[in-house]
Design a protein around this ligand. Sequence first.
Ligand code: HEC
Length: 235
Amino acid sequence: MRRRHFLYTTKAWAKAMSENPNVIAAIQADPSSPYYADGTPEGISEAVLNLLDPATDQFDNKWHNFSPEMNDDQYYNFLVWHRGLSIPRARNLNREEVQRGKKVFNEIGCATCHRAKWETKEDNYWAPAITKGKPLPRYQNQTIYPYTDMLQHRLYMKNGIHGSWCRTTPLWGRGLSRANTGAEDRIHDCRARNVVEAIMWHGYSRKSDAYETTEKFFNLSKEDRDAVVEFINSI
Ligand code: HEC
């Protein structure tokens, strides 16, 4: 499954979709679509704009009332399950090439943004009203290795998003994407087909916060570049 981020559910996105002729045409060709409205381009556009707007009540509006997919108890169980999801364990860490990749990853500056280790504190979660105060499991004071600083940086890649701001992607578990999905697509819009392409996109612009680090990666020996990729694929 391809990853999609919160930024796709904004009002701006709803507006873009409602003005996209391909979207309108595809809906017009499918009268069973919840966005079909009266079947005119104007009606469809209005339905798309409003139904994708996060402020619209999905179950009570004048365009299309969706049916809830879960009741409150099921949703609570879903939250319990989701909180307890574990990340996959790292693999092959003792292999020589992986250790070398780790060293290079640190040396050339990848770890300044993709920070390896964090200690979590109390797990003071926010829970939606639907849980009616029922407690959710807490996982506090853990040592985790997410490989992110959890901050946004500007990489200034072509067709960047949000004025180019993007959060450092946690690298843990990403190395399993081929095994799990058959593809290694990387970067928020899956424009990179593999890890090396993802790294090179960091240096698309000289203005990028990661430009110098990317240049260092580019100038490594092939063995060292391969080792960095092996390291990333093992965490
Ligand atoms: C200035 C901070 C910064 C530095 C330095 C940096 N990265 Fe990143 N990295 C990011 C950000 C931000 C993203 C998310 C970009 C996006 O999706 O648009 C990212 C994404 C990635 C991804 C893609 C993750 C995925 O699954 O989509 C990989 C792989 C990666 N970085 C590896 C590296 C490596 C290797 C280096 C060192 C050569 C490096 N990064 C240096 C900030 C940084």
